[in-house]
Design a binder for this molecule. Structure first.
Ligand code: SF4
Length: 502
């Protein structure tokens, strides 16, 4: 590691200007992957890295490579495996690349929003892959000179232009000088003609890790991607840290002051793969512990414990272990379709539930069943599962949820719906129990979940469970409003801003 090229200064946070609440949900969670290596096929490795991060975004994918002179990208809508083929991977020649898998929503699932975002400048190039959400994106857009025409509806592109316009001789210096202007969540991998720059917001909401593969360096969202490509885990990028990877190796430029660490607790609950490790904690074990704690907090007599696969599986194993009630499989999941956490349209959500799980009727019949799931967001999926099991002859259906009620929306890059669509924001646990038709319903306490994570309590973001945000968010930017259907709004920053401040 090289010594700091320039020292971290005190944050020069601009005055906050709050925009009116959009009334729409934020819906974006993404996986990012970057590699620098002269001796390897960086595009092919990026493909497999993104392939293992597919759970973080299934609606678009892209890879951008540099050969030292120019950047070349392949991007498309859909799964990583459908966007790329042998020919496209072979066309991406270079020694460093960044990639992105995207999850979006109504109005936002457009090719122009698929990342990496590439700024084509007169004499230079700069590309970014972003996981997170910039709350003050619209305020920042106001500061852009008019010549910086935005080609997408993405806060990431605004970030790119802000960085480009900032002081500094090199791109990393520009990243450093612009850093404190960005409010919200950002784990970013940027690509220039000859280097990768990885940086993470000072709160550390979204994960970002570093790895090594036979002298090549990798940075990506989760350690599972390092495992998939055969790389060794080095460490996490620290909150507020800027890392440069180039021909001299990997070096940290230091940290911008961290105000309060706020790692997303929901990564452990649902977002991350169980085989990933954050803060030295294997996600599978955190989930298993959460199931054990839940069994102690909310015991109930039953014949078997079953999981809503896959994100409920580790917790169900833990619940079974702690309760002594046998674990079994009842819901068979079709693994060849996307997730239904939040699908863009109601009719797709309805279909998603019907085609996603098939119950083993012969096993369910006459049994008292405990279903363990990671979370309940709207309650509609769980209601259908309960009905399905009762139709199969289940004697009792008890629901145990391995997270506290989700009561507030996320502003930090996760697609939780608007507060009024979150079932726990408008109903008590008893009312939800009645709504979903369960014989009993219990959630894990927030303290129980924090305990299961083994991360220091004050270093976690718990906002969607308790409404306590680590920074002011009222009226803050949410991607899906920005991603307007109206192309005029997309092409004219000033017009677009008026939409938010009126
Ligand atoms: S609000 Fe919830 S989902 Fe969003 S970062 Fe915080 S814990 Fe994660």
């Amino acid at each position: 590691m090289r010594k700091n090229s320039f020292s971290a200064k005190k944050s020069t946070r601009p005055e906050r200007v709050f925009l009116k609440p959009s009334g729409n949900p934020l819906r974006d969670k993404c996986g990012i992957f970057g590699i620098y290596g002269k001796e390897v096929d960086v595009a092919r490795i990026s493909f497999f890295g993104l392939y293992s991060l597919q759970h973080r975004g299934q609606e678009g994918a892209g890879i951008t490579v540099t050969d030292g002179k120019k950047l070349k990208s392949v991007k498309g809508l859909g799964l990583v495996s459908s966007v790329f083929d042998e020919e496209k991977i072979n066309s991406l020649k270079g020694f460093a690349s960044i990639g992105h898998t995207r999850y979006s929503t109504t109005g936002g699932n457009k090719l122009c929003n698929v990342q990496p975002v590439v700024l084509n400048l007169k004499d230079d190039v700069f590309a970014l892959a972003h996981n997170g959400n910039i709350i003050n994106a619209m305020d920042l857009a106001k500061t852009l000179p008019s010549q910086d025409k935005l080609s997408s509806t993405s806060d990431t592109e605004i970030m790119g232009w802000i960085i480009k316009n900032s002081k500094g001789k090199s791109w990393e210096e520009k990243v450093f000088t612009s850093f404190s202007q960005f409010q919200g969540a950002f784990s970013i991998i940027a690509l220039t003609k000859n280097k990768l720059i990885a940086f993470r917001d000072s709160y550390g909401f979204r994960p970002l890790v570093l790895g090594e593969l036979n002298g090549s360096y990798i940075t990506c969202s989760e350690t599972c991607a390092l495992d998939t490509v055969g790389a060794k885990f080095i460490r996490e990028v620290a909150p507020g840290e800027i890392i440069v990877i180039d021909e001299k190796g990997i070096h940290s430029l230091g940290k911008v002051r961290s105000i309060k660490k706020s790692f997303c607790l929901f990564e452990y609950v649902y977002l991350a793969r169980p085989d990933s490790i954050f803060n030295k904690q294997l996600v599978h074990q955190v989930r298993q512990r959460s199931g054990e704690i839940l069994a102690h907090e909310s015991p109930v007599g039953a014949d078997m414990v079953v999981a809503v696969p896959d994100s409920g599986t580790s917790a169900a194993i833990g619940y079974s272990k702690a309760s002594g009630i046998p674990y079994g499989e009842v819901l068979i999941k079709n693994r060849y379709i996307g997730r239904t956490f939040i699908q863009p349209e109601q009719h797709i959500r309805d279909m998603g539930v019907r085609i996603k799980f098939n119950p083993l009727k012969e096993i369910v019949k006459g049994k008292r069943i405990i279903i363990v799931d990671d979370s309940i967001v709207r309650g509609t999926t769980m209601k259908k599962i309960v009905k399905m099991l009762k139709n199969c002859g289940a004697k009792k259906v008890h629901i145990r949820v391995c997270s506290p009620p989700v009561t507030d929306p996320c502003y930090f890059g996760i697609d939780t719906p608007d507060k009024k669509k979150l079932i726990a924001s408008k109903m008590t646990v008893k009312e939800i129990e009645k709504f979903i038709g369960a014989d009993s319903l219990a959630y894990l306490s927030l303290n129980g979940l924090k305990k299961a994570s083994r991360v220091k309590s004050d270093e976690l973001c718990t906002s969607c469970f308790d409404g306590k945000y680590p920074m002011p968010v009222a009226g803050g930017f949410r991607k899906d409003v920005f991603e307007s259907e109206d192309t005029n709004l997309r092409m004219n920053p000033n017009q677009r801003i008026s939409k938010f401040v009126d």
